[in-house]
Design a protein around this ligand. Sequence first.
Ligand code: FEO
Length: 395
Amino acid sequence: MVTKIIKDNVFAVGAVDWNERRFHGYSYVTKRGVTYNSYLIVDDQTTLLDTVRVGFEKEWIENITNISELSKIKNIIINHIEPDHSGGFPEIVKLCPNAVFYGTEKAKAGLFKYYGVLPKNWISVKFGQNLNIGKRTLEFIDVPMIHWPDSMFTYCAYDKILFSNDGFGQHYATNKTFDDEVCFGDLMDEVQKYYANILWPFSSIIKAKLEAIIKLKLPIEIIAPSHGLVWKKYVNEVIEKYLYWSNSSCQNKIAIVYETMWNSTEKMARKILEGIISENLEAKLFDVTKNDRTDIAAYMLDAKGWVFGSSTHDSEMLSVIAGFLYFLKDSKAKGRKAFAFGSYGWSGEAIKNIENILSKTAEFLPSLKFVYNPSEAELQECFNAGKNFAKKLKE
Ligand code: FEO
């Protein structure tokens, strides 16, 4: 067993879920696995932050007891109650019956609803309250909707560590501890994927909260999230990224996302792509049935252009793209331009339905739809539409 040291007397004691490939239900594909990070601070009052997912208690308790006897744990901080972090709660309540638990009032209510138990000692906390554990004082910063209403960060000024729970997390199973111990590109891909698939709908809240935290001028040398690697070398970079994404900032790049029945919509998609490329813009083509939806969302997070295609089937768009558009609708993205296209047999409602779902999320330019198989002239129209769309984005 390797003890992961974050700083003197601050340890990572969580668990690694090497084989998790479908997180949060079905749609978040975690191809690099997942970690459930928990931290132990050894001070006059030994303090544990967060728990792990159900099924990982044994590994977690072994990691803790490798450093400290359970009876020495005086405080247990619950930053967030979603089951990937609170699954070990009933176990730790049982193992540390005299510890004092800290969390928001919403966390307390949620834990009871999930597990039907509460510890003997619970103190509900909010921003402005803190806990002295010896040399260290831990400050509580409630951050509702990063990721749930109960969520909070815990800041330790002594070590200059922000324990950020879901914030700044990445799904990256590894035996490494810090951000500079893995490939930087892979790490940034995962943090972008995490933001797009978990936090995107809360961007306006994240922006306001981050700006408020920045105003506090807390020295932050380490960000210790509850998923993935600990940020140390790239703290400023990941904060900058969060500010960028939460501001709905985007680049002049285009995602073409489509689903096709008999390849006609696919032919249109490829011609639209050619038109875009002729304007030297970056673009990617995603058949939504063949690509990982998690990756598409990550690409779209900072793509200014969104192009959607679907064949019409029984007066509707096809079902896989429909599911994806409902996900995007909730993103509350701003500043995006879009257009819809597709082939149809006799009515062509898919196009209007695509526009309706995302009418508040993106500004739609005139759509394109062609009956059955697009002719050469119609494919030229697709090329022109792609080219014009790229030009619009550059304006
Ligand atoms: Fe990683 Fe909102 O739980």
